[in-house]
Design a protein around this ligand. Structure first.
Ligand code: SAM
Length: 280
C-alpha cells in the first residue's frame, strides 16, 4: 500500500509540515478558501484551509484554551463575548464553559468551515448547539464597525493574516474593536510564531499600543503550528491581564491560574522582542 502524505503550503513558514494521511475525509472549495479534512495517525482529524493546518483533534485544546481563558479570566465578569473567525468552534466551546457568559457571537466569514466542522469535528463544534451561541457569516472587519460599548471580550481566532484575514491585524480594525468593547473590555488575537513571524508580532503590538492603554503578549506551544512557540497579542481598556481576576473553575486540560501567569513573557524579553533588539 502506497504511503500518502499531506505537505502544508504555509505562506510564511521557512519549513513545511508533512502529515501522514490515513484517509482524506473531505475536500472542497468555498467562496473564500480551499477546505480539507484528513485523518492522520498521530494527530487524528486535521482541518486544513488553503493548504495550512488550522487545528487537529489531538492538540487543538491547547490553542483554544489559551486564546479563550486568558482574556476571559482577566475580565472580572465577561457576559458578552465576540469571536471573529473560529469557525471550527473550539474557542466557542471554551468560552461557553464560563457560566458568566450570557451571549457569545461567532462571526466567521465562511459558512462552509462551520458546516465541515459540525460534520467532522464533533468535540470541537459541540458548542454551536448552546442556546447562548449566535453565529453570523460576515467579514469580522465589517461586523465590528456596527457596535459601540457592546462586548466585554473580543477574540480574533483567524487564519494567517493574508488575504481576507489581513484586515484583522490593522490599526483601523483595532480602533473599531476598541469602540465595540465596553469601557473595561479586553481584546485578544493570535499573532503567529515568535521566531518565524517576529515582524507580524511587532507590527500588531505597535498598532495596538496606539489604541489601547494596556497591551501585552503571551505564548503557548502549539505542536501543529510552524515554529511551535505561538503568540497571542492581548489588549485591555482597564483591567490588568497577567493574572486571573477570578477563581479559576472551568474544566480544562492545560489552562490553570499558574499557566495563565507563566504564559506571559518576562518583561525584559517582551521589551527586547517588540523593540526589535532580540533578533535571530
Ligand atoms: N486556529 C487557527 C489558526 O490560528 O490558524 C484558526 C482557525 S479558524 C478555522 C480561522 C477562521 O477565520 C476561518 O474559518 C476563516 O474563515 C476565518 N476568517 C478569516 N478572515 C476572516 C474575516 N475577515 N472575518 C471573519 N472570519 C474570518
Amino acid at each position: 500500500m502506497m504511503d500518502v502524505f499531506f505537505i502544508e503550503r504555509d505562506p510564511y513558514a521557512p519549513l513545511r509540515h508533512c502529515y501522514p494521511v490515513s484517509k482524506i475525509l473531505y475536500e472542497g472549495k468555498s467562496e473564500y478558501q480551499e477546505i480539507m479534512v484528513i485523518e492522520s495517525p498521530h494527530f487524528g482529524r486535521v482541518l486544513i484551509l488553503d493548504g495550512v493546518a488550522q487545528c487537529d483533534e489531538k492538540f487543538e485544546f491547547i490553542y483554544h484554551e489559551f486564546i479563550s481563558h486568558i482574556p476571559l479570566y482577566a475580565h472580572p465578569n465577561p457576559e458578552n463575548v465576540l469571536i471573529i473567525g473560529g469557525g471550527d468552534g473550539g474557542a466557542l466551546r471554551e468560552v461557553l464553559k464560563h457560566k458568566e457568559v450570557k451571549r457569545a457571537v461567532l462571526v466567521d466569514i465562511d459558512k462552509q468551515v462551520i458546516e465541515v466542522s459540525k460534520s467532522f469535528f464533533p468535540t470541537m463544534s459541540v458548542a454551536f448547539e448552546d442556546p447562548r451561541a449566535i453565529v453570523v457569516n460576515e467579514d469580522g472587519y465589517k461586523y465590528v464597525q456596527d457596535y459601540e460599548q457592546e462586548f466585554d471580550v473580543i477574540i480574533v481566532d483567524s487564519t494567517d493574516p493574508v488575504g481576507f484575514a489581513h484586515v484583522l491585524t490593522t490599526e483601523e480594525f483595532f480602533r473599531y474593536v476598541f469602540r465595540a468593547l465596553k469601557e473595561d473590555g479586553i481584546y485578544v488575537g493570535q499573532t503567529e510564531s515568535i521566531h518565524y513571524h517576529p515582524d507580524i508580532v511587532r507590527r500588531v503590538q505597535k498598532s495596538l499600543k496606539k489604541v489601547f492603554p494596556i497591551v501585552d503578549l503571551y505564548t503557548a506551544v502549539i505542536p501543529g503550528y510552524a515554529g511551535y512557540w505561538w503568540s497571542f497579542s492581548i489588549a485591555s481598556k482597564k483591567h490588568p491581564v497577567r493574572n486571573p481576576s477570578r477563581e479559576v473553575s472551568v474544566q480544562t486540560k492545560l489552562y490553570s491560574a499558574d499557566m495563565h501567569r507563566h504564559a506571559f513573557l518576562p518583561e525584559s524579553f517582551y521589551q527586547k522582542l517588540i523593540s526589535g533588539e532580540y533578533q535571530v
